[in-house]
Write a protein that binds this ligand. Structure first.
Ligand code: URA
Length: 210
């Protein structure tokens, strides 16, 4: 991908996102819509996957048929909200390997601290798609990408549902080589680091916690 930020403006994505943003949308609907949108976003983020051809036999005759060139994929969920995006993407790419990165924010230093890291082997040979619905300050996203690079990843993309300008800028500074695909670029962050107008806490809304 050549663009650092791609906003998927497809009408289905935008319509579903608007329903997700509404505060009275139920947990069940939120989760279902997230699953549907994540498939549409995955379609976009994999648009330029390398292709090759393979000789196949149709019932009529042999043909050189286009197939994926075989670069292996790793999907990395940034816990916990990343899991909501992960499910839909996995439905579209069921053979992808899956990893998890868990980070929490140290209340004193305000820096992200790793509490879980389990990723597929040979990350250097894979296209790595990191998923997290909300790109807010960008601190944890940038830290997660740091960890993936330390583990060997060189071809990384970042998939989110909503982004704030601050988060996009943070990622552009820290990881200009990591393209971002999102459904919307919102206005700003509020003083608590929530995206405005946003949709609230994505983890709470998808898991029904508070
Ligand atoms: N995380 C969320 O879940 N929501 C925001 O608005 C920002 C970060």
């Amino acid at each position: 991908m050549t663009e650092h930020l791609t906003i998927v403006r497809h009408p289905l994505v935008q319509h579903k996102l608007s329903i997700m943003r509404e505060k009275h949308t139920s947990t069940a609907s939120f989760r279902q819509l997230l699953r549907e949108i994540s498939q549409l976003l995955a379609y976009e983020i994999t648009r330029e996957l390398p292709m090759t051809t393979r000789t196949i036999d149709t019932p009529m005759e042999p043909m050189e048929a286009p197939v994926l060139a075989g670069k292996k994929l790793a999907l990395i969920s940034i816990l916990r909200a990343g899991n909501g995006l992960l499910d839909g993407v996995l439905e579209l790419i069921p053979s992808a390997r899956v990893g998890f990165v868990g980070l929490y924010r140290d209340e004193e230093t305000l820096q992200p601290v790793q509490y879980y890291f389990k990723v597929p082997d040979s990350l250097e040979d894979r296209l790595v798609i990191a998923v997290d619905p909300m790109l807010a300050t960008g601190n944890s996203s940038a830290a997660a990408v740091d960890l993936l690079k330390q583990a060997g990843a060189t071809d990384i993309r970042f998939l989110c549902l909503l982004a704030a300008p601050e988060g996009v800028e943070r990622m552009r500074e820290a990881h200009p080589d990591v393209p971002i695909v999102t459904a919307a670029l919102d206005e700003r962050l509020n003083e608590k680091g929530y995206i405005v107008p946003g949709l609230g806490d994505a983890g709470d809304r998808m898991f029904g916690t508070k």
